[in-house]
Design a protein around this ligand. Structure first.
Ligand code: NAD
Ligand code: UDP
Length: 320
């Protein structure tokens, strides 16, 4: 199987789980936001290989035939996807086309990593898959939100026209070990800041909510979706329905790190959604999926990983 974006945060966990199940995995990545560190341990496996490739280009011809392609290649945090908005929009659109064409050639299933951002700043709550969203098509998040919406549309039409089995997962905020420390996202920021004894930067009044899903739960859901009957081609929400305010996340991270950092207010970014919480009825009924890892436990694992990473950075590999 192939995992585009396999050297990224979620992609590397997906590669690891697929390998553990006995699969042969090709990680296709251009390392724009991913890193070799994320897949270093996997490279020892004879069933794993990494191909340096930009999905804006068609897949190289010399790759093996795939039976499943997971399309996770795309910068995911605002700081990264806004660095070159035109490129982000094109990676979503042209990348999806290249994945689908390869899937058609190989007779493979294709799964698109979409996002809760397709709902924009939602005006219904929680969001079921039938909700069509409230996205600003020309705002600073549009390259990503609209790019992912287009990719969903292309997957759906391509599946219907070509017979390729397509799957679309709408991923809600996911966190865990190997998040990039400087990706600007709330959990990475707060963990890095708390461990460094720096102020925690709370945007707005902190009453905005998110639903945070631990990465192992998310990967489990993606694998179930890929294996699901071929008629399940509509988008499926995967996320943790437990809704938490950003202020509560800051307090919890301070408690778990034992940090004495202060919480300071910063302006709320433009188009920052007020609330986000998945309705996961479809995943529960069709995939038998429900997240298992509570936020406190997931944060403990994430913090432990961040501490080890800092230790390695300071003292080298032998130190851990
Ligand atoms: P990430 O930035 O850690 O991983 C993305 C990976 O894709 C990186 O390894 C990067 O180098 C690679 N990549 C980017 N552009 C590429 C290109 N043109 N060609 C080849 N490789 C390319 O992000 P992540 O958090 O692991 O997200 C993975 C996927 O999941 C993304 O598609 C993202 O939109 C989606 N998603 C993530 C979240 C989340 O909470 N992390 C939420 C919703 C959706
Ligand atoms: N946020 C914050 N401080 C930070 C980073 C983010 O208060 O240092 C807020 C941000 O404004 C948003 C929420 O946390 O309301 C989640 O932000 P993130 O970028 O992690 O995810 P997204 O907005 O894409 O869901």
């Amino acid at each position: 199987m192939a995992v585009t974006g396999g050297a990224g945060f979620i992609g590397s966990h997906l590669c690891e789980t697929l390998l553990a199940s006995g699969a042969r995995v090709v990680c296709i990545d251009n390392f724009q936001t991913g890193s070799r560190d994320n897949v270093d341990r996997l490279i020892e496996s004879p069933n794993f290989s990494v191909v340096y490739h930009d999905i804006l280009e068609p897949f190289p011809n010399d790759l093996p035939k795939f039976d499943e392609i997971f399309n996770f290649a795309c910068p995911a945090s605002p700081v990264h996807y806004q660095a070159d908005r035109v490129r982000t929009a094109l990676v979503c659109a042209v990348g999806a086309r290249n994945v689908l064409e390869r899937a058609a050639r190989d007779g493979a299933r294709a799964l698109q990593a979409s996002t809760s951002e397709v709902y924009g700043d939602p005006d219904i709550h929680p969001q079921p898959e039938s909700y069509r969203g409230h996205v600003n098509p020309i705002g600073p998040r549009a390259c990503y939100d609209e790019g992912k919406r287009f990719a969903e549309s292309l997957f759906t039409d391509f599946g219907a026209q070509s017979g390729v089995t397509v799957k679309i997962v709408r991923i809600f905020n996911t966190y865990g070990p190997r998040m990039q420390p400087h990706d600007g996202r709330v959990i990475s920021n707060f963990v890095v800041q708390a461990l460094a004894g720096e102020d925690l930067t709370l945007y707005g009044d902190g009453s905005q909510t998110r639903s945070f899903c631990y990465v192992d739960d998310l990967v489990d859901g993606c694998l179930r979706l890929m294996a699901s009957p071929s008629d399940l081609s509509q988008p499926v929400n995967l996320g943790n329905p437990v809704e938490t305010t950003v202020a509560e996340v800051a307090e919890l991270i301070l408690e778990l790190t034992g940090s004495r950092s202060r919480i300071v207010r910063r302006p709320l970014p433009v188009d920052d959604p007020r609330r986000r919480k998945p309705d996961i009825t479809l995943a529960e009924t069709r995939l038998g999926w429900r997240p298992q890892v509570p936020l406190r436990e997931g944060l403990e694992r994430t913090i432990a990983h961040a501490v080890r990473r800092e230790h390695r950075a300071s003292f080298g590999d032998a130190a851990v």
